[in-house]
Design a protein around this ligand. Structure first.
Ligand code: ZN
Length: 138
């Protein structure tokens, strides 16, 4: 019983590591590069950047200044990946979705409203549905 449980766990672990690791490394490089680029305009300070495999989120920002991103953002059109990166970056300045927050986003992504809608559509009905299965929030 215990042995079969272990075997199942081990199989799951190995599969996860092999299928995701390359994409995760690519995602990490891409996200760091884009964060550095966009943060030239904001100069916020963040602590750690985590690349995650979340089912329901593209990204998030923690109260203590860590940024989290779904590695699958590398499969999105680049302008949407950038929008997600800027969105999380701006939460370092405004930890909410107030008008002030959107003003910060608008500074570098004036067409943010369109990106937001496009992302919502992709999450809900696009071909990415197969990858994500559910609505993804930022
Ligand atoms: Zn947000």
């Amino acid at each position: 019983m215990i042995f079969s449980w272990y075997r199942k766990k081990k199989k799951k672990y190995t599969r996860k590591r092999t299928s995701n690791s390359v994409a995760r490394i690519q995602a990490r490089l891409f996200i760091h590069e884009r964060l550095t680029y966009w943060n030239q305009f904001y100069n916020f300070s963040y602590k750690r950047v985590f690349i995650k495999n979340q089912k329901t989120r593209w990204g998030s920002c923690s109260k203590n200044g860590n940024l989290n991103f779904n590695y699958k953002i590398i499969y999105l059109p680049p302008h949407l990946a950038d929008y997600i990166i800027v969105h999380e970056l701006c939460h370092l300045g405004e930890f909410n979705h107030s008008k002030r927050f959107w003003n910060l986003v608008e500074k570098t992504i004036p067409e943010y409203a369109r990106c937001k809608n496009e992302l919502r559509t992709i999450s809900q009905n696009g071909f990415h549905q197969q990858l994500f299965r559910s609505t993804i929030k930022v």
